[in-house]
Design a protein. Sequence first.
Length: 332
Amino acid sequence: MIEKILQRIDVLLKKANFETFLLGNFASKTNKFCFDLLVKKDKIIFSVKIFNNIDNLNPAIIRDIKSLSLILKSRPILIGIKNRYQKLDDNKIYIREDLPFITLNTFENLINNKHPYILARRGRGVVFLNGKLMKTLREKQSITRREISEQLGVTIRTVSAYENESMRPSESVAKKIIEILENQNIFKKIDVFRWPVKEDIEKNENIEEIELSDFEAHVQDIIEDIGISSYWYKKGAIPFKLSLYSNINNLKSDGFYPLFSGISEDKNKFDESSFKCLKMFTDIFQKTSLYIVNNNIHIPDILKTDKIPILKIKSLEKVDDEEEFIELIQEL
C-alpha cells in the first residue's frame, strides 16, 4: 500500500511542476531514510514520508525528520494511513510529536489548493474558524453573543473565545455556527506546507547514547578538536552520517555550511552505494558534502574526480582549526 501511495504522490507533484527525487525505488518494502521522497520547486523543499500507523512512530525517525527540516529549511509532508484505532479521516490534520499528519486524499486536495480546517482530537475534531469574520457576521445580523450562545448551547464566554480564537469549536458546534450565520466560508484554512517545525538540535543528541563505532568516535574527537559542531545520524535515517556547522545555534547557509558528511562503514572497503546516495542528495540541494574514509581504503578512480571530496582520516588529523578545515575541503 505504501508503494502505491508513494507513486500517487509522485504523479501529483510532477503534475504540479515539482521535481521529485527518490533514493531507492518504489518497489522497496521499507525505506531506511526519514523521507520516502524529496521534493523541490525553485527554492521550496519538501520531504515526504509515509507512515502506516501514526501512533507507532520511531522516535529516531521523528527526530531526524525535524532536524533535516531545520537544516535544509524545508518542510515535511507526512502521510498517515491509520492510527491505533481506525483509518485516518480525510481533510483532517492529526498532530503527533508536534508534526502534522494527513491522508493521501487530503494531500491531493492541498495540491489543488483546498486546505483542511479540522484538527483531529481524541474522540472529536476541532474546527479552525475565522473568529474576526464570525464576529463581523454576527454583528451584521444583529445577533448578540447571548443569543448565539443559547442557540449553540455554550456560554457567552465560550462564544467570545471562539471570536478571539483562543478556543476552537467542535465539528458539531461549528456546523451550528454556519447554519446560524448562513455562511460557509468562515473556516480558517490550515496550511500544512507552512507548518512550523520546532527542534533543538543542540540538546537532541548525546554522542554517548548513539554508540559510535571506534572509527566514528575518532572522527568526532577530531571534529571537536578543530572546533566544529556536529550532529550525528547514527540510525541511518538520512543518506549521510553527520552534519557539520560552524555554530550549531546559527544554521544559516553561507555556501559552505551545513556540510553533510558520509563515513566509511567498512574499515577496508569503500561503500559506493552510500557515496552515490550522498552525491544525489548533495546535487538536489546544492550543498557542500564530504566523505571520510579510513586510511587503508582503496578509492575507485572513477570517484576521485567527483564533486564530493573524499578525505582520508590522516589528512583530517593534520587540521588544526576551522579555517584550515575549510581550505582543505575547498582544495580537494
